[in-house]
Write a protein that binds this ligand. Sequence first.
Ligand code: ZN
Length: 326
Amino acid sequence: MISRKLLKTFASKFITMTGINNFLLHLWNEHLTILSYHALCLPDDKKFSWISPAFVTTEQFESQMKFIKTMMNPVSLSQAVCHVQEKKPFPPKSVVVTFDDGYANNFFYGEEILKNFEIPVTVFLATNYIDSNKFFHFDMHRCIIDFINSKRITDVDFINKFNNLPDYKICSVYSFSKEIQPLWEQCQAMISDDHKRLLAPISSMQIREACSLFSWGAHTSSHAILSQLSPEERIFEIDSSVKAVIRITCNDFIPFSYPNGTIKDFSEFDERVLQDCGAACSVTTIPGKNTLNSPLYRLKRIRSVSINHTQEIFEMDVSGIREIFQ
Ligand SMILES: [Zn+2]
């Protein structure tokens, strides 16, 4: 029987061959496309079972950057925001590259590729993690699952406690972090140099050393899904992260990205808080392209680029063809 994956690969190759992607890019010439990435790894790192699908290899990233440089017009997020504010048409086929969370690998694997193609990028930082020497709570969760699946953890009591953790996407980040922390401390001996290389958050020194193609935004302090918090906590998470990015970068154009970013994860309340604390705009994970009339605090992005996506799937996502069929 033909697998779903094979069918998808065949369909995406066929669509690319027909030139529909290029036709759609041309059709939506005046729209702004915002790409969403998270983390970069080397091609050989694909072997690690704990690598999240939100990673992209340097090989994939290079082909994707080559595609947008050749077929589109990469602009910075600040440039795109100016066009919306002034209602001045975007350069044709404008595209913005963004990274969420603030992994060090964005800098040490991404910088050379971005420099080669002269593509600007915005990295949204969960600011509590900068210089913290800590992994993101969702990476701790993923690593522990891997330790259990690979039988490196067999203690029944530990596994029961882990299985009873709440779902971090539907609870307060504070209570989840408090519960996972003691379990994580028991896993320290299992953390390898590869975990540290690929999962480490960026440091303030790397932020300062990065070339001028990098600009920086806020992504809350604790990587908090705002809709799971009280109004006071939401204000704190937004305000403190925006201030931290201003302090580290000495820049006052600070865009924001909502953690998780779906329509359920933030509200008009958060948009007002962002405006009050001087954030320039905010990106979501609501799929789609943007126009000059798009609301600045709920900009749409193309779904997160994944290590599992072929170049053809990437090109289909960028062209917007998925918006038609979904
Ligand atoms: Zn995030």
